[in-house]
Design a protein around this ligand. Structure first.
Ligand SMILES: *Cc1c(COP(=O)(O)O)cnc(C)c1O
Length: 385
């Protein structure tokens, strides 16, 4: 089946008990296990598949199987947020292990690694992963994993997944990839050799700015067991409504993402010519330095791009006057979102470090929604005026 079909026909299109279309929402914390205790003498009692909702529910299992299949992995796990998926995945590592992370990963992941996990004794080195050599140079005897995200946030830098994964595999390291910006519809890191793929399902997978959720997929069953031990033991699990909303969101991923991507291409090209726009960052633009590598590892540039205005005042005025875009954190929803990384997603990164990374106070990140691109162009023109 083609990928668009798989979003709908993935083994969970009907409820096996009733034939109802879609997945049943089980709002329960526990499961009656009386049958176990009623096993006739002489027969072996069979433990039930579900016993307690932190450990698993049929609704959550459906989402976990759907994302595992879409990413081409062996096992999927759902979490209460994207950051819970990141922290739980990192939870398979141990104190005194060393991890190499791309320096421009999601601000919250950066903060977690450099504050929380450092405090718990994980060694962290941040490198510019746009050159795989930098990863090689950072490897130490206790290095266990590499953490990547491509395109990066908010400057849309491209990491060569195959080259970085080859360096990691050579040294016996695990590779984690945050695939939030691309989704499995455009990019499947496990097919390129990654070990664990992570999502903020809050973004394109949920797709409607109405749920906080996270997912992780492992390439092997063995890694899956290790991640399950964290999911169940650490307990950052999602509630059934949130799981159900993500399952529903995924069904329309293809039409949403492809339409939003087309709008991002139109809008970013239009802004290129604008006198108040100083720079643009989008792998859909011909002169993007990572375009060739991006095109080789994904099937589209996605629906997120960034631009810099010439002055800070222009950026601030734009965010205050744009009408069709929310001036907000987040991305991937049906409504266009304009975010201001220095104040929002990357506020926790020290100013000097931000400046070095190019995250200036003139930088605006756009996630195009499903509005008509002509309306978006007119609105952006007006707001820039
Ligand atoms: C939003 C985001 C996260 C964190 O996800 P939450 O659902 O907000 O916890 C992680 N990685 C990326 C790339 C994100 O955009």
């Amino acid at each position: 089946m083609k990928r668009g079909t798989l979003l709908i026909h993935n083994g969970h299109e009907t409820d096996p008990a009733t034939g109802a279309l879609g997945v049943t929402l089980y709002q329960t914390s526990t499961f009656d296990q009386k049958a176990y205790f009623q096993t006739p003498a002489g027969e072996h009692p069979q433990p039930q598949e579900f016993d307690y909702a932190r450990s698993g529910t049929p609704t959550r299992k459906a989402l976990e199987e759907i994302i595992a299949e879409l990413e081409g992995g062996e096992a999927g796990y759902a979490f209460s947020s994207g950051i819970a998926a990141v922290s739980s995945a990192l939870g398979i590592l141990s104190t005194r292990d060393h991890i190499i992370a791309a320096e421009d990963i999601y601000g919250g992941s950066y903060r977690m690694l450099n504050t929380f996990y450092k405090r718990w004794g994980l060694e962290v080195t941040a490198v510019d992963a746009s050159d795989a050599e930098n990863i090689k140079k950072a490897i130490k005897p206790n290095t266990k994993a590499v953490f990547l995200e491509t395109p990066s946030n908010p400057l849309l830098k491209i990491t060569d997944l195959k080259a970085c994964i080859a360096v990691a595999k050579n040294a016996g390291l695990l590779t984690f990839v945050d695939n939030t910006f691309m989704t499995p519809h455009l990019q499947r890191p496990i097919e390129l050799g990654a070990d664990i793929v992570i999502h903020s399902a809050t973004k394109f997978l949920g797709g409607h700015s109405d749920v906080i959720s996270g997912l992780a997929v492992t390439a092997t069953r063995e890694l899956g067991k290790r991640l399950y031990a964290v999911q169940n033991g650490f307990g950052a699990v999602p509630g059934p409504w949130d799981v159900w909303l993500v399952i529903r969101g995924i069904k329309t991923l293809k039409v949403r993402l492809e339409t939003q991507q087309a709008s991002a291409q139109i809008l970013s090209r239009h802004l290129l010519k604008h006198p108040k726009v100083a720079a643009e960052y989008y792998p859909g633009l011909e002169d993007h330095p990572g375009k060739k590598i991006h095109d080789g590892q994904s099937s589209g540039p996605g629906a997120v791009f960034s631009f810099k205005t010439k002055t800070t005042e222009q950026a601030v005025r734009f965010l205050g006057s744009v009408k069709l875009a929310a001036a907000a954190v987040s991305l991937g929803g049906v409504e266009t979102i304009a975010s201001y990384p220095v104040r929002m997603s990357h506020a926790s990164i020290p100013p000097a470090e931000r400046e070095r990374l190019g995250i200036t106070d003139t930088l605006i990140r756009i996630s195009t929604g499903l509005e008509d691109p002509e309306d978006l162009i007119a609105d952006f023109e007006e707001a820039l005026k």
